[in-house]
Ligand binder design. Structure first.
Ligand code: ZN
Length: 264
């Protein structure tokens, strides 16, 4: 049994919502949380993603002389909420207590804050590693090459598909948003939860009745394969049911913990 604690480290203000919900919500603005997911079990602490900070964004992502622009949208700068080390300290943990860092995929907003975790094992799908950056259309989704070199210098373990981290904590390949995204299936006292490794919202997995007439799920606005993303999402929903946790779900702000603490 594990617990899941979403830790919002920063957010992207006023993002175009259709970047997340394909063919839905054009012209709607939404604040997107950047989340590191803490999974705690007996003698095992795991993070899914490490997120990013305003400083990372300013130094490595945003052009030096102007704001970032992609498909005509000017990106408001990233705003810090609380550094990941602060979230861990609130829980009596330090980065040294994190055994494993799972990177769901290698878009910059998920993988910037790696430096504190020099003693952790990093799990990335080999397919993701070998296909990042994937395409010039998504150039603004990736960190500069030096950052991936930094990740290469960590204790990096490349995975070929499904991998069991521990009994009740599994990783599965979940392509479509990126070529080699991965998702975590986490057993908690409240049932199995899926942390879905793609840049989407709750609405993507649970569309309204009106939306779901043709879309059982709504694929991510950015994708390497639209139909594969759709099929992946249906597969994750089959595993997680009502318990799919998308990486950018705005509800992450309000969730303290899923599952009863071990030994409680
Ligand atoms: Zn993202």
């Amino acid at each position: 049994m594990f617990t899941i604690e979403p830790m919002v480290v920063a957010y992207g203000p006023h993002r175009e919502k259709s970047r997340f919900t394909y063919m839905h919500n054009a012209g709607v603005a939404i604040d997107i949380p950047y989340v590191s997911w803490l999974i705690r079990g007996k003698d095992l602490n795991v993070l899914v993603d490490v997120g990013c900070s305003a400083a990372d964004y300013g130094e490595h992502i945003r052009p030096k002389d102007r704001e970032l622009v992609h498909v005509g949208q000017v990106f408001a700068d990233v705003v810090d909420v609380k550094p990941i080390t602060g979230h861990l300290a609130d829980r009596g943990l330090s980065p040294r207590d994190i055994d494993v860092v799972v990177l769901s995929h290698l878009d910059w907003d998920h993988c910037m804050t790696v430096e504190p975790f020099s003693e952790s094992a990093f799990y990335v799908q080999r397919k993701e590693w070998e296909t990042t950056p994937s395409h010039e259309m998504f150039a603004t989704s990736f960190a500069p090459k030096e950052h991936y070199d930094k990740i290469a210098g960590m204790d990096l373990r490349l995975l070929d598909g499904s991998h069991q981290i521990a009994d009740g904590l599994d990783l599965v390949l979940s392509p479509g948003h990126t070529f080699g995204g991965q998702s975590a299936i986490v057993t908690t006292s409240e049932g199995a939860f899926v942390i879905a490794g793609m840049c989407v919202l709750k609405e993507n997995f649970y569309p309204s009745e009106e939306e779901s007439e043709h879309f059982k799920v709504i694929p991510p606005g950015g994708h390497t394969d639209l139909f594969e993303a759709y099929d992946t999402m249906l597969r994750l929903k089959e595993i997680g049911g009502d318990n799919v946790l998308p990486l950018h779900m705005t509800e992450a702000w309000d969730i303290t913990r899923i599952g009863s603490p071990i030994g409680a």
